[in-house]
Design a protein around this ligand. Structure first.
Ligand SMILES: [Zn+2]
Length: 397
């Protein structure tokens, strides 16, 4: 999350908190050396963070022979956030501390087509249950992150004509979920939050990462310079409707022909398997057939990997990521999707772009999105501009 206010202080309390989080533990003297701030200014800013509870004095202080200097560390227990992953037919909510440690989780079968009232009632209930279950005071909940299976205008948290979410167009999700609590609620599409979850958990040093969700639909979360890249209208990464050559006989739900999703998405593979006389209704059935080693279906998934790889090869040349993570139902189909993607990407992308490129399967599987939703909320709460603003507001009281 980028700083919300351009005028956040480069060495303000929020920025100091970032330095301390990265360092793990650090003394005031080391902070003075690192930031160049006058000691009195630094002590004042550190005290404000200590008062707010975002910092604590460390237990283990290294001895240098003389007086032991107290270390400072980030207090991950200063509050909690709620991460929510709303899928087409399935929902998951989890409570995390500010260090990203999960405290508790709840899942449910929930059809997104039931509309905002029903679905967000479930989220409210889940939130209350999780707080009660972990004996967490309701006012310790500092932010909510939500992922939805459709395009979102990130600034307002409102879905934009989401194809599989009838009744949600332009719905004010933050307004409804914040209610009287007036806490920040951030909403993004599921693929973007999956990318955040994957990066935070498995690839913390990868600043340029692509995360693919290959399921009924196909989408791509793009991280550039450590930030989610949403594009001008929030539509970046919608690779499911890139046209593949040679498939003009296949009409996509979007009205165009030869779209990647219509050729290699879960529904297309299930249809192809059905034409072979097999029983498959969606991507999960296809994966099931791969696991039972039906050779024709393995070949289908492998070809889907190649088709996906064809589109990804172009993205690799354009964006030069260091990591591509494959997630979604179809990625669980053993190594076959991955093998197809690798085959084409390494063959079609430029040598320089692929020299350091790693292509891997998600280690989080269906938990990437809920973790990413939590991470999105944490990064907002700890954003330097947000911390500075909050401490200014507290000081003004
Ligand atoms: Zn299409």
């Amino acid at each position: 999350v980028t700083p919300e206010e351009p005028n956040f202080m480069p060495n303000g309390p929020g920025a100091l908190l970032g330095v301390i989080r990265r360092a793990g533990t650090i003394t005031r003297t080391e902070l003075v050396a690192e930031t160049g701030l006058p000691r009195s200014t630094l002590v004042q800013r550190v005290d404000a963070l200590l008062d707010r509870g975002l910092l604590r004095v460390g237990s283990a202080a290294p001895s240098t022979g003389g007086r032991r200097a107290a270390t400072l560390e980030f207090n991950a227990e200063a509050g909690v956030v709620l991460g929510v992953d709303l899928g087409a037919t399935h929902a998951r909510a989890a409570l995390f501390d500010l260090g990203g440690q999960q405290r508790a989780e709840v899942t449910g079968e929930l059809d997104i087509r039931k509309g905002p009232d029903t679905v967000l009632d479930w989220v409210d209930q889940a939130s209350n249950d999780l707080l009660a279950q972990t004996a967490t005071a309701p006012d310790a909940l500092l932010a909510i992150g939500v992922g939805v299976p459709g395009p979102v205008e990130f600034a307002s948290g409102r879905p934009v004509r989401p194809p599989i979410m009838p009744g949600w167009d332009d719905y004010d999700i933050p307004g409804r979920l914040a209610g009287e609590r007036r806490i920040p609620v951030l909403v993004d599409n599921d693929v973007n939050i999956m990318a955040l979850g994957e990066q935070w958990t498995s690839w913390p040093s990868a600043d340029h990462l692509l995360c693919i969700k290959a399921a009924t639909g196909i989408g791509c979360g793009i991280i550039i310079r450590g930030q989610i890249h949403r594009g001008a209208q929030g539509a970046a990464g919608d690779i499911g409707h890139v046209r593949l050559a040679g498939h003009d006989d296949i009409i996509c739900e979007c009205g165009n022909v030869g779209c990647l999703e219509a050729v290699a998405g879960g529904r297309a593979l299930a249809r192809a398997a059905t034409q072979m006389g097999l029983d498959a209704h969606g991507s999960r059935d296809v994966v099931e057939l791969v696991h039972t080693r039906v050779p024709e279906v393995i070949a289908l998934v492998r070809q889907a990997g190649r088709d996906l790889g064809t589109v990804l090869a172009g993205l690799v040349n354009a964006l030069n990521p260091s990591v591509i993570v494959l997630g979604g139902d179809l990625a669980v189909a053993d190594e076959h999707l991955l093998a197809g993607v690798r085959e084409i990407v390494y063959q079609r992308s430029t040598t320089l772009a692929t020299r350091q490129l790693q292509i891997a399967r998600s280690a989080l599987d269906d938990r990437a999105a809920v973790i990413g939703a939590g991470v999105m909320a944490i990064e907002h709460v700890l954003d330097p501009a947000v911390v500075d603003r909050e401490l200014r507001a507290l000081a003004a009281v």
